[in-house]
Design a protein around this ligand. Structure first.
Ligand code: ZN
Length: 305
């Protein structure tokens, strides 16, 4: 069997590990994700949102897809939170392996209609599609949902059967952004189990799965950053991966946090340095460390190529 994204999602479903979907918006982030995937010998998904697509430019993205395929054929590209058919089509035409169509703010009926249209275009080109049902709280780029709306198993079942999506993003208590929770975060494993009963073979996706480590929040604050954050307990992600059908875990906030905290530190501690390669090289090094650790100790996708 061809070792494409579908192959690794099925392998993850059978062996209970998850592929990290790590958001990138520049060269250093991309290099860090690539490097971590090689160090850990892991299949990994590079996630690019609509606004990051605009920021980096289509030609740049096209060229890094080529680089990725040469260096690690198990590095895949996913459009994160595509809001329209047009943006999904653009990503598919650029060579992405999968697209997420996020119609979660629409009615179930309209979400199904939009998702179906994307699936039709994508599947013809052997590209996978991720849909979302329920609403994940918080803000990520321009995606914003004020309240948590948990995924209903019955809706998930109707949605997957009618649209034939390859992956389903579920809302079970995670949130987007740095300040995820006022209280201790809980994931609704009961809802996850209900969804799995309806859809035992559907690969599920956990969004908003940054842990927002205290050490990086403290580093930000120490060097003048203004941030308050609370993330998801690492053990909850481990449980979702080990005991359930979560095979794709999205991480954006942590990547921003590690990058910015590291930049603040080096710029403050070494005011005489003005070589960007040293400054960005330092944050890249920290990011590689963070990502490799997440792959090995939270997602368990190391040595799965
Ligand atoms: Zn998300």
């Amino acid at each position: 069997m061809k070792k494409n994204l579908k192959y690794y999602l099925n392998k993850a479903l059978n062996q209970h590990f998850a592929l990290g979907a790590f958001n990138i918006c520049n060269l250093e982030n991309f290099q860090a994700v690539l490097e971590a995937s090689i160090i850990a010998n892991s299949p990994v998904i590079v996630a690019i949102s609509e606004s990051s697509m605009q920021y980096m430019g289509e030609d740049f993205i096209k060229s890094i897809i080529q680089v990725a395929k040469k260096k690690n054929p198990a590095l895949f590209f996913n459009l994160d939170h595509g809001k329209s058919f047009e943006i999904c089509k653009k990503a598919i035409d650029l060579g992405f392996d999968s697209v997420m169509i996020d119609g979660s703010l629409l009615s179930l009926k309209d979400n199904i209609a939009l998702t179906k249209k994307v699936v039709k275009y994508a599947h013809k080109r052997k590209v996978l599609v991720e849909g979302e049902i329920g609403q994940i709280k918080g803000t990520e780029d321009k995606i914003c949902a004020k309240d948590q709306l948990y995924t209903r198993a019955i809706d998930a079942s109707i949605f997957v059967k009618q649209t034939e999506v390859d992956l389903l993003a579920v809302s079970i208590g995670t949130a987007h952004g740095a300040n995820k929770y006022t209280k201790k975060a809980q994931l609704r494993f009961d809802i996850l189990s209900e969804i799995e009963k309806e859809l035992p073979n559907t690969p599920l996706v956990l969004h908003g799965a940054s842990t927002v480590d205290k050490s990086y929040i403290n580093l930000m604050k120490k060097y003048g950053g203004k941030i308050n954050g609370k993330g998801l307990d690492k053990q909850l992600i481990v449980k979702a991966v080990k005991n359930h059908n979560i095979v794709k875990v999205n991480t954006d906030t942590d990547i921003r946090l590690v990058s910015t905290a590291s930049l603040r530190k080096i710029l403050s501690e070494k005011p005489d340095i003005f070589d960007p390669r040293i400054i960005f090289g330092y944050y890249k090094k920290n990011l590689i460390k963070y990502l490799t650790n997440k792959i090995q100790n939270v997602l368990f996708s190391d040595n799965k190529i």
